[in-house]
Ligand binder design. Structure first.
Ligand code: FAD
Length: 337
């Protein structure tokens, strides 16, 4: 299934779920997928997905809590983080970010509306600047903010009165009135593996024996590109610098950090900068963009410069526009083939 494909309807027919999906391009036709089990991992949209399935007996116990972050030019030289106690009893962090910047977060405010429409407000920016200015000798003003982002946490609603007090634990709800549907409420990126193990354990009796994975094997299974020793990052950087000696130390490190051992798949048999194709700026080459389109489902410039990397912090509008045109040409070529 392609990214940007929406589940628009789901119903139980016999022992199966029939899920209707629609890709987000003009003229897309609905498709139906049949499945024994439906897992609703809609994050802050978990309630919307429940509405799609018309299951009204599952309590949509989700509390939407918005969090905003700001990025400013580097506030300090070392590579450690700070956690500050704020007078409102919340904590604020400052983290070294993308080499030249400091990331400061976050806010916690109850949110109503489409989670996809959350934006950082001027009040959020002011709040975070003030919080940091209580502690650092270098002060910051809203005008120095180079980028912001905001998201909506899908917290399980445990009835806490304050948004900051709502539990960060996840809750799994298994609806067994026919073909099973597991809904995920809440969760953290840091607990994704535990959550996935727990989810599969709950569904175990519905999975055919031959398809079951026994034991806690995921803890030893590296993520793509992560198949090198935990302490082996510097050695990977050195290997890449040696294999692609024309790349230079900065780009070897940046690529190793982004792609791990898959750096070799990004660079392929390149023997010089020129053989990586055009440079959109700061070392983002055509070869890397093509890799992201081919292997990581990047479809437009925002995918490349914000979702798969943070090149957006460094590229000019003209460079982004050149990238957008390049990707549009690639898409057209792929569509014609
Ligand atoms: C401000 C903020 C700060 C956070 N800080 C931390 C942190 O410091 N540490 C940490 O561990 N976690 C943190 N989190 C939590 C973390 O981001 C989430 O727990 C995590 O992203 C949840 O992943 P998920 O895949 O369950 O949901 P999501 O990443 O939200 O993915 C849900 C997906 O479902 C898709 N979807 C929705 N409706 C449909 C539909 N009808 N059809 C098809 N697809 C659909 C959406 O497009 C989306 O891609 C933070 C979250 C926020 C918002």
């Amino acid at each position: 299934m392609q990214p940007r494909t929406k589940a628009v309807a789901a119903e139980r027919i016999g022992d199966l779920w029939h899920l209707t999906t629609l890709e987000r391009f003009a003229g897309a036709q609905p498709r139906t997928i049949c499945a024994r089990i439906l897992i609703n991992a809609g994050g802050p949209w978990v309630g919307d997905v429940l509405a799609v399935t018309q299951r009204r007996n599952v309590p949509a116990s989700i509390r939407l809590v918005q969090g905003s972050h700001i990025v400013v030019p580097k506030l300090y030289a070392h590579d450690r983080c700070y956690i500050f106690q704020n007078p409102d009893k919340r904590i604020i962090f400052a983290i070294p970010y993308e080499g030249d910047f400091t990331l400061i977060g976050t806010t916690e405010n109850d949110y109503v509306g489409d989670p996809g429409a959350a934006t950082t407000s001027p009040a959020d920016i002011e709040y975070l600047c003030q919080a940091v200015n209580r502690y650092f000798s270098t002060t910051i003003a809203p005008a120095q903010v180079v980028w912001t982002y905001s998201g909506v946490r899908p917290l399980y609603d445990d009835g806490a009165s304050e948004a900051q007090a709502a539990t960060r634990d996840y809750v799994l709800n298994l609806d067994e009135a026919g073909a099973p549907m597991l809904s995920v409420f809440g969760g953290k990126i840091t607990t994704y593996r535990r959550l996935a193990q727990h989810a599969l354990a709950k569904l175990d009796r519905y999975v055919p024996a031959e398809a079951r994975h026994h034991g806690d094997w995921t803890g030893r299974s590296p993520l793509p590109g992560g198949d090198f020793p935990v302490q082996g990052f510097e050695s990977l950087v050195n290997d890449i610098s040696r294999e692609y000696s024309w790349l230079g130390a900065h780009h070897s490190r940046r690529l190793a950090r982004s792609y791990g051992t898959r750096t070799r798949a990004v660079l392929g048999g390149a023997t010089s900068w020129a053989s990586l194709g055009g440079d959109f700026g700061n070392g983002l080459t055509e070869a890397e963009v093509l890799y992201l389109m081919r292997e990581e489902w990047a479809e437009d410039a925002a995918d490349v410069i914000w979702r798969r990397s943070k090149f957006g912090l460094r590229l000019s509008l003209g460079q982004v526009s050149a990238l957008e045109s390049f990707m549009a040409r690639q898409r057209a070529r792929a569509g014609a083939a």
